[in-house]
Design a protein around this ligand. Structure first.
Ligand code: GDP
Ligand code: MG
Length: 163
């Protein structure tokens, strides 16, 4: 129970990096060793005095492309069921991939707030590239660098408005 934020997205977009950053203050997590051990991780984060659960999805073993896509779709369904807010993470360095587009189609079916979180926006040059993601058509689109932490505060300020 409680307010829950789920992070979904293709492998390697930076979900676990953001997850770890959100949980940093509490040091409540174990390293996920490339995420192959469990299909999701749960943690607790704080922002502006608000405490909430965070789900990091997608630590599954990749078999065939078919299983891979099905597994991602399953994780999105879990996120849509369990979370109050969904962070749909993408990667500015790859741009919008076919899988991103198909996840976006799936995520448009929920009434819950979905944030497009464009990650790896480490510098101003990448910020220019990142505007491409507005074309996914979500009302909430944020740019951040999970590695440097830039942009995470603005995102969380907005996320906790749904608390
Ligand atoms: P996941 O598979 O979505 O959980 O992605 P990970 O968090 O494991 O990150 C995948 C790779 O992207 C790792 O090498 C991270 O260090 C890197 N990464 C994550 N966030 C950023 C970022 O903001 N900028 C850059 N340049 N690399 C990042
Ligand atoms: Mg991961």
């Amino acid at each position: 129970a409680g307010f829950t934020v789920a992070i979904v997205g293709r492998p390697n977009v930076g979900k676990s990096t953001l997850f770890n950053r959100l949980l940093e203050q509490r040091k409540a997590i174990v390293d996920d060793f490339s995420g192959v051990t469990r299909d999701r991780q749960y943690g607790v984060a704080d922002w502006n005095g608000k405490t909430f659960n965070v789900i990091d999805t997608g630590g599954f073993v990749v078999g065939s492309d078919d299983i891979f896509e099905r597994e991602i779709r399953k994780q999105v369904i879990v996120a849509m069921n369990e979370a109050n807010v969904i962070l749909f993470m993408c990667d500015v360095t790859t741009g919008i991939t076919d899988l991103d587009a198909s996840m976006a189609d799936q995520l448009r079916r929920t009434d819950k707030p979905v944030y497009v979180v464009v990650n790896k926006v480490d510098n101003s040059e990448r910020l220019l590239d990142a505007t491409e993601f507005y074309s996914l058509g979500f009302e909430r689109t944020f740019f951040l660098s999970s590695i440097t932490g830039s942009g995470t505060g603005e995102l969380l300020d907005d996320v906790v408005t749904h608390y």
